[in-house]
Design a protein around this ligand. Structure first.
Ligand code: AMP
Ligand code: MG
Length: 380
């Protein structure tokens, strides 16, 4: 791929400069790529009605063509431009949740090129709740296909710097509107299935959705598709959002974890491995004396803060040059609700599905079996 000069516009997130928005809207109309902040993460946008522009998104992100994109709209009224056979519940959900972190999968309008949806006859749509995103969508008056603005399988971008770290020289414009507020992606609900199915937990909680959609089906555990199955169940690849060093998710109570982590870190140090610990403030505080680099996404009691900082802190682990990462999940027996569902889903995929029950008597042996002993040689 040829390198292009990526232009960065700093915009006031609440009152974006109309000149910057106009330049970005013009670029979209000409088939170019614009990264912009939404309330969830930064998106990488292209004109959703231009198949060539859409193809550029996949190339810039190195995203497999089998992984469909979400189409962003400026208003509920635009739904009919991109979808057909829209059920009444779609309008009811849009009225309640838009603008906001809810994506609806509907029947695709034939005018939307198939590559937006990776060839399927459905289309995912949402209206983002961010003044910069909305100003851009209004200015270009186009539906905008926009996946997260990161390289495929890397942690999602929640600042313009993350976008540049992954995509500088590969995209045309970045609108820098500061850090995003929710920090995890939108909730995806498939309304073309009966009953409707939760495809991805995200910023809109299942409890809030069930008020309007009591029949919503939610999988017990994160959905996992192999590369071969990904076409049938997009966006459910196991490895996603992953830091460079291999990560294992530790499930269990805090008291057990504090004890377990002491012996685990010692055992890994003995094998010459530099350990990264990813855990909430409360546990990090009790572990400060360990021979490990500790990174926290926030306090356990504040899931909104954990979600907001999750991806940035996963990226921070990369910069510390650790060989292995032990991460604590926030998905405890008492916390199977709210944003924690989305946080656990992202951590689970960042760990490529490696979850260890730390209460098991052979947990330490299991940990050593689970961790692939790749020595981290990359430095940045
Ligand atoms: P991203 O915006 O990078 O989080 O990726 C968009 C995600 O939305 C995909 O990975 C899928 O999980 C989901 N998605 C988008 N379009 C569809 C669709 N037509 N059917 C099912 N899921 C979709
Ligand atoms: Mg993504």
């Amino acid at each position: 791929m040829m390198t292009i000069a990526t232009q960065v516009f700093h915009v006031d997130p609440a009152h974006p400069d109309p000149a910057a928005i106009a330049a970005a809207a013009q670029a979209l109309a000409e088939g170019r790529l614009v990264a912009f902040p939404t309330e969830t993460v930064y998106g990488l946008g292209a004109n959703a009605l231009d198949a060539q522009a859409v193809e550029r998104i996949f190339i810039a992100k190195q995203r497999p063509f089998s992984d469909p994109l979400i189409v962003h709209l400026a208003s509920i009224a635009q739904l009919e431009r991109v979808a057909v056979d829209i059920p009444a519940i779609a309008y009811a959900l849009a009225e309640r949740f838009w603008p906001g972190p809810l994506t609806l999968v509907l029947r695709r309008h034939p005018r939307v090129p198939p590559n937006v949806s990776a060839g399927r006859d459905t289309v995912a749509v949402r209206m983002p709740a961010h003044p910069v995103a909305l100003a851009l969508l209004q200015a270009c008056a186009l539906p905008v296909a926009a996946p997260s603005a990161n390289l495929f399988s890397r942690p999602s971008p929640t600042t313009a710097q993350h976008v540049l770290d992954d995509l500088n020289g590969r995209i045309d414009i970045v609108l820098d509107g500061g850090p995003t507020s929710i920090g995890v992606e939108s909730t995806v609900v498939d309304l073309t299935q009966s009953p409707p199915l939760l495809l991805r937990p995200g910023g809109a909680t299942v409890e809030a959705l069930r008020v309007l959609l009591p029949e919503l089906k939610t999988p017990e555990a994160p959905l996992i598709a192999s590369e071969a199955e990904a076409a049938a169940s997009p966006g459910t690849l196991l490895r996603h959002y992953a830091p460079r060093a291999p990560m294992v998710l530790l499930a269990g109570e805090t008291e057990t974890a504090l004890h377990f982590l002491r012996s685990a870190v010692a055992a890994l140090n003995e094998r010459g491995l530099r350990v990264g610990l990813f855990t909430t403030d409360e546990e990090a505080h009790s572990l400060a004396d360990l021979q490990a680099r500790i990174v926290s996404p926030g306090p356990q009691r504040d899931p909104a803060a954990v979600a907001r900082h999750l991806f940035a802190r996963l990226r921070a682990l990369d910069r510390l040059g650790v060989d292995v990462i032990l991460a604590r999940t926030v998905w405890g027996k008492s916390t199977r609700a709210g944003l924690e569902m989305a946080i656990h889903d992202r951590l689970f995929r960042a760990a490529e599905g490696r979850v260890l029950d730390i209460a098991a008597p052979d947990a330490l042996d299991r940990l050593l079996e689970l961790l692939p002993y790749r020595k981290n040689t990359q430095s940045d």
